[in-house]
Design a protein around this ligand. Structure first.
Ligand SMILES: [Zn+2]
Length: 1049
């Protein structure tokens, strides 16, 4: 037997193309880490000469792919790009960094045309959407720069590259939607194209040179031409003087087959000119970020998120650490081109210039309706309406400053933008900004659905086609010379009001990922698919290893009607010693979702399943969610069980054990069915007994929780009945009903979550995945306390969650039962939202869950639809020494930085998902109201005689409902319609010489009869009830539909 003692690998740097040695080959330097540790770094770079060009027709590289079958296989088509009229020779494209950073929407677009030669052979390919940009080379230099500049763009880039790699590996045809043929060339590691930074050369210039060197190499090496696409005029010029074909994006797109449509997608940031200064400056210049951050550190400026007002387009707030109250920004100059969500640096105004928040509703749509989108750059035409609005505001500010009314707040102005947080915005084209006579490209306004975002000027050639459509728009730039930000059209979502367009737009608005699961993800599922079953019992089989057999226990599930993803089930039984055994069994999702697989990565980036009224966007593929991991009755399923021994008199836990298990649920109940079963004394079977045992303990658990100060909060939950998922109606809206059995399930899930939280925290004190709810700052309640005191004479005690709970219980009005719900909703809005966190990243004394009044909490019970639960499952399995798959904790879950990063995304997705769900409910409530109104009108018309038409015309068929006033303005009130959980703003028409009398101190507004439309003066205060007529109407210029309310008697 021979043994090898040691292997020595010796590598020597290869010389650079010009014969010099690579100065980057070996670099030693000292680096200080963020925590102050000093590291000696010795970095070596080895150049290789086996880096392939990616072209299918390249003979030189052919053997590289054979030698390295695990590396990406060539994907660039043999014939290259042949249909660009500006570049007649067949070619590949090489993209400069600026193209990826600024033109991603264009690059991702699907306006490509099937190749005529191959489409004649295949019959139906001409109808499928194809990528516009194919046969593209991405240089490693560019990948690194993009990764450094923008992680979201880097991810979008890598998605395309991965799809291309997958398609090449699977040998897909060149003419498919996912096959973009994008190839990464590691130019920095290739001997032929690596460049070292020269003395006195900026990193930027080095990168530009690296790109040109690589293109030059491709030109000599590749069988086809290459074209460098760049919007950096200098780089283009230098490339051309090096005999490289280089073009800017606009010129190149002009030669493409779909040039007209594609040019709409070009970001207006291309070829930014530095000569934008001079005349027509409308906004103060921004301080450079470096200067601003230094001033923030020095305490001269303050940093925070820019939060635009949804009521008043000329007002915003920024919460900064220095002040308890948010800093208010009033007027366009102060807001200085910041957009909702941006991180800004603000400068405070001197205290004598502090102002109060305006009491007016200022709607940008009507105030700005005469603006002209074509009014470009220098000396943009001043707009009377805006000036008027701003002048009024200014006058009012002055009045406000001198009058005692209205509480003055810290006031400031934006002086720098630290970080833009722009996303894509769903918008409508403002028809009034379209010049119908204009042919070719024109500028027009896109009005975002999000009221906090200003109108965006876009340039398009398809203006008339876009009217009446929902479109996706991206922001590019906001120059100081321009009244409005500039953006570009991304794509049309469909006709406004069409259910598909509405649904997609609310997913986009709330950043909910909804692409179908890719092949690579679906490949992670068990190959048996639907036919997968728990294998016969065998302690050595991976599916059985380390599991207990609970198939004989009387386990059942209790869920809302129509529930398909059953992730929890329960059981209880009397023990011989007089105690009770209770078990919670949760779908063992982590058995199927292994860490660091494509499916795991996708679930992590989705974070949660999102429930819309008529659709569910799954976190995990359907097969798992509604089948293999759904604890359906009468089938064996893998579960993760928490089993307690409890004292039935006190509901105290005597003992607890955790184990993975195999269960076979004996029944799936709805809340209602379980309740009936429990209440029917003639039933005495084991399942019913089990439900009764669980219920009696749940009642005690709940009583204890309430005694500890848990809050019973309310949110306007309405249930929408759909006739069929496809049809938009008829539909009905009702408030959700709570039964005892809802509570039963809830109590045991809470108990399981608390128990698991304690277990994983004791095992992994630094990286346990937990959930907390911070107590709200007292100042959050000041407004609500004041209005409750003044309007209802009620004292809200917020000393602790227990005091608040008690206090909310007593805030009732027997003649007005809905009032209590409203007050709870308003109290809930004063609170912070709960969040996931990594136990090692926050102080121990901030772990608590305020709403649930418990010291430690996590999410364990819904791993099918929440990713945090999957992580908790993995940690629990490792903590209890599970012996089957997943026994050892994946390294990523023992790394604090990694857990923090994953939970950041999950938290964001969780919020987005909830908001999307609510927006979906709102949309359907609106539909339902419109339908009812229409039906009432039809019914009246049908009944009518010859005068019917006249009667119908004169009559108001809008739905009338009871509402509460929840806020008063100088020119309107906002109201809450309890029945629909619907909030609405009633604005009053402006009439010269007539004004409402607002008493902001006492939260009332007196509306003179000239404005009320009711033939008398009306005084309304917060919490007053009123009747509103609810209609749904369309804004004439944007086609935007909205619920409109009006006061009626
Ligand atoms: Zn090659």
């Amino acid at each position: 037997m021979t043994s090898i003692d040691s292997i020595v690998i010796q590598k020597r740097p290869l010389p650079l193309p010009d014969g010099s040695s690579d100065p980057l080959f070996s670099r030693k330097f000292i680096k200080k880490t963020a925590r102050g540790k000093v590291l000696k770094v010795h970095r070596e770079r080895y150049l290789r000469d086996d880096i392939a060009c990616g072209s299918k027709s390249c003979k030189e590289c052919a053997d590289i792919y054979q030698r390295h079958p695990h590396l990406p296989q060539p994907c660039l088509s043999a014939k290259g790009i042949t249909n660009n009229t500006k570049v007649t020779a067949p070619h590949y494209l090489v993209l400069d960094t600026n193209i990826i950073l600024h033109q991603m929407d264009l690059l991702e677009s699907m306006l490509g045309q099937a190749d005529s030669a191959s489409s004649s052979s295949s019959t139906s390919s001409s109808s499928t959407a194809l990528p516009s940009f194919v046969d593209v080379v991405i240089l490693q230099t560019v990948v690194e720069e993009v990764r450094h500049r923008s992680l979201p763009l880097y991810n979008r880039l890598m998605d395309i590259v991965k799809d291309s790699e997958h398609a090449a590996r699977m040998g897909r045809s060149d003419q498919t939607a996912e096959n973009r043929r994008w190839w990464i060339y590691s130019n920095d590691f290739a001997r032929e194209s690596a460049v070292a930074r020269r003395e006195n050369e900026s990193p930027n210039d080095r990168n530009d040179r690296a790109i040109r060197t690589a293109v030059k190499w491709y030109q000599g090496h590749s069988p086809l031409d290459v074209v460098l696409l760049s919007d950096d005029a200098d780089n283009v010029a230098r490339a051309q003087s090096d005999d490289i074909q280089a073009m800017n994006v606009r010129d190149y797109v002009a030669g493409m087959p779909a040039a007209d449509k594609l040019s709409d997608l070009i970001s207006s940031r291309e070829a930014k000119s530095s000569t934008d200064k001079g005349s027509g400056i409308l906004y103060p210049e921004h301080l450079p970020v470096g200067q601003a951050t230094a001033a923030i550190k020095g305490g001269l400026l303050h940093q925070g998120y820019f939060n635009a007002s949804a009521f008043n387009f000329l007002e915003a707030t920024v919460k900064v650490p220095r002040y308890d109250k948010p800093v208010i920004l009033i007027g366009r100059d102060s807001m200085n081109r910041a957009i909702d969500g941006d991180v800004v640096a603000i400068e405070m105004l001197p205290e004598q210039e502090w102002k109060a928040s305006a009491d007016d509703v200022l709607d940008a749509d009507s105030a700005l309706k005469n603006d002209d989108a074509e009014g470009e750059g220098e000396g943009e035409e001043d707009n009377e309406a805006v000036d008027d609005a701003e002048a009024k505001l200014d006058k009012k500010e002055k009045k406000e400053a001198t009058s005692s009314r209205g509480e003055r707040q810290p006031t400031g102005k934006v002086v720098s933008i630290i970080r833009r947080n722009w996303r894509s915005y769903v918008a409508h084209v403002d028809a009034s900004s379209v010049h119908s006579s204009a042919l070719g490209a024109q500028s027009l306004f896109a009005t975002p659905v999000d009221r906090k975002v200003p109108r965006i000027r876009i340039r398009t050639r398809q203006a008339s086609e876009l009217i009446g459509q929902k479109i996706l728009v991206a922001l590019d730039d906001w120059r100081p010379t321009s009244r409005y930000p500039d953006g570009h059209f991304v794509r049309a979502l469909g006709a406004t009001e069409s259910q598909a367009a509405e649904q997609e737009s609310l997913l986009l608005e709330h950043d909910v990922p909804y692409r179908p699961f890719s092949r690579a993800i679906l490949d992670c599922l068990p190959p048996e698919g639907d036919t997968w079953v728990v294998p016969p019992k065998d302690a050595t089989h991976p599916s059985w290893r380390g599991r207990i057999d609970l198939r004989d226990e009387n386990i059942c599930s209790i869920d809302p009607p129509g529930c398909q993803d059953i992730d929890d089930a329960l059981h209880a039984k009397q023990l011989p010693n007089g105690n009770v055994e209770c078990g919670v069994h949760i779908a063992d999702v982590s058995h199927f979702v292994a860490p660091a697989t494509p499916m795991d990565a996708e679930a992590a980036s989705r974070g949660t399943t999102v429930y819309l009224v008529d659709k569910r966007i799954d976190m995990l593929p359907h097969l798992l969610g509604t089948n293999l991991c759904s604890l359906r009755p009468f089938v064996e399923r893998l579960a993760f069980s928490v089993i307690w021994e409890m004292d039935p008199k006190t509901a105290k836990v005597v003992d607890v054990r955790f184990s993975k298990s195999v269960i076979a649920s004996k029944a799936a109940f709805t809340y209602e069915a379980a309740q009936l079963r429990k209440d029917d004394s003639s039933q005495t079977d084991a399942i019913t007994t089990s439900i009764r045992l669980l219920n009696s303990i749940a009642l005690k658990l709940k009583a204890q929780r309430m005694a500890n100060g848990a809050l019973n909060l309310a949110s306007p939950e309405v249930r929408i009945h759909l006739d069929s998922p496809e049809a938009a109606g008829p539909i009905d809206v009702e408030q959700k009903e709570m039964r005892e059995t809802n509570s039963l399930v809830e109590e045991f899930m809470l108990l399981a979550n608390v128990t698991v939280a304690e277990k994983i925290y004791s095992a992994y004190p630094q990286t346990a995945v937990l959930r907390r709810h911070l107590p709200p700052p007292r100042t959050n309640f000041e407004g609500l306390q004041d209005v409750l005191k003044k309007r209802l004479g009620f004292d809200l005690n917020i000393d602790s969650s227990g005091a608040l709970a008690k206090s909310l219980d007593t805030c009732t009005d027997p003649s007005n039962p809905a009032l209590n719900t409203l007050v709870r909703i308003m109290a809930t809005r004063c609170m912070l939202s709960a969040e996931y966190f990594c136990s090692g990243s926050v102080p121990r004394d901030t772990f608590g869950h305020y709403g649930l009044a418990c010291g430690m909490y996590t999410h364990f019970t819904s791993p099918i639809r929440r990713y945090a639960d999957v992580l908790a499952h993995r940690q629990l399995a490792a903590a209890i020494g599970h012996t089957g798959p997943g026994a050892t904790l994946h390294a990523s879950l023992a790394d604090k930085g990694n857990v923090d990063g994953v939970l950041d995304v999950v938290n964001k997705r969780h919020r987005g998902g909830q908001m999307a769900g609510r927006a979906s409910v709102e949309f359907f409530v609106g539909l339902s109201i419109a339908k009812r109104n229409e039906a009432a009108k039809q019914a009246a018309a049908a009944k009518g005689d010859s005068k019917a038409a006249a009667v119908v015309a004169g009559q108001d068929f809008r739905l009338r409902e009871d509402a509460f006033v929840i806020r008063v303005f100088r020119n309107g009130v906002s109201v809450f319609v309890n029945k629909y959980g619907l909030e609405g703003l009633i604005t009053l028409p402006a009439k010269s010489g007539v004004q409402c009398d607002l008493d902001s101190e006492n939260y009332t507004v007196t509306i003179p009869k000239e404005l009320s439309g009711l033939g008398k003066d009306v005084k309304l205060g917060v919490f007053d009830r009123c009747t509103v007529a609810i209609g749904v109407e369309k804004d004439r210029s944007t086609q935007r539909k909205r619920v409109r309310m009006e006061l009626v008697l």
